[in-house]
Design a protein around this ligand. Sequence first.
Ligand code: HEM
Length: 474
Amino acid sequence: FRKRKPREKSPVATNNYDSKGKILPPGGTGWPLIGETLDYFSKVKQGIPQKFVMDRMNKYSSKVFRTSLIGESVAILGNNAEGNKFLFSNEKKLVQVWWPSSVEKIFATSENNKSTNEYLKGMRKLFPLILKPDVLVEHIGKMDDVVKQHFQTYWKCKEAVINVGEMSKKCIFSVACNLFLGINDAAKIDQLEKIVDEVATGLHSMPIDLPGTALNRGIKASKHMRKIVETMVRQRKHDYFSARQKISVSEVDFMSRLIQARDENGENLKEEDIISVLVGLMEGGYATLHNTITVIMYQLAEFPDVYNLVLTEQKEIAKSKETGEKLSWEDLRKMKYSWNVVCEVLRILPPGIGSFKEAITDFSYEGYTIPKGWKIHWIFHSTHKNPEYFPNPESFDPSRFQGDGPIPYTFVPFGGGSRMCPGNEYARVAMLIFMHNAVTKFRWEKFIPSEGIIYYPYPRPAQGLPIRLHPHNL
Ligand code: HEM
């Protein structure tokens, strides 16, 4: 990024009018079929998608430009807060979320051929039943318990070298299995983890559904996962309704909550909806979360001053607890500096690139027409790395989140508007609990000092972050 404001340039690409004579955003359409996809992915894989945006803003227009990606006409609304605000506040009015075809195929085939948006439309009103803060409050002790058990089992050897990527994945998946499905058995958790990994690989694969391809395996794995959850839900429903008594709060997991919940007409939720919510959330949220935790651990190894400030904060909280007492919502509220560290990780290395919307009608933006059917790509890095909002954007500095924090619509790791990530509170709770348990038990150093970050599909340490542990007693 250059410090000066990009100059407004006149459109240079030809063919900037649609068939109705409306002026389209300036830009390039690249090569036949592949458009500018190669340059885009090259920047994404280097962790600099903002450069793809800035190059074109400087060449065509700082407000909005056109490109062509994965066979689609795409508009990108510059790198400012206004572009994000426009997109987030026009969901369902001018735009709607658009999913690449590999995602559509995996959901459509396991969801009776519903599109991903149709599926999510039904689910969105059910997410709060299990993911809103006043529900999560009741599950913090359990989450802390599972994380503690995980640390006791896998992080116990003095001076051991462990791989954080593998361990955080195992830990976060165990938390999800416990909370969502009530599963504690390690072998069963391992089995489900393999299935969900297969789905995750399929979601990011080439959209080719032939025997043996990653997408084909992902589709099969998602169906398999659905079958397993279906059997569990049926058994639980049977136990619940035949016992004719409420399950006590201490045994409640998200599956029980959904089985006991009523819709607006006072009816029990449909079995297929309960299964969809559980499967969708287990498959959708877990990779973003464990990869972010691994990056947090990486940054804490890189920046000892930041680690020390986190430790000071977490030590205070640990000291205020009785032996064996679990973390509470109140404790999480005290983790202000630790949360600033998480936010800075999400700003500088967000888990993903952003997402795509689709124009559901022709609309005008900054004097240009975006035709119905075009995709609009919003990219976290466009505002997260804009020096106007985050001075010296490449430096890791959690203090930027102190006080009032960033300008609205500039820090958007969870998206915004009605499609904002419904798992954001769950993610916050899980990340803080993990950090508390890690720093109060250990210091750590990178086993491979020169280990760098790879960026696609999620930023993460190239070797998964092997670390040497130094246990300490507080
Ligand atoms: C650090 C962790 C996470 C980050 C950064 C993250 C980020 C995001 C983003 C950017 C979106 C798209 C928003 C949009 O299009 O405007 C999204 C959607 C979604 N996320 Fe997350 N997420 C995280 C964890 C989770 C978790 C743990 C869950 C589940 C428990 C979850 C469930 C979902 C679902 C279901 C959607 C689709 C919502 C819809 O389209 O209506 N996410 N997330």
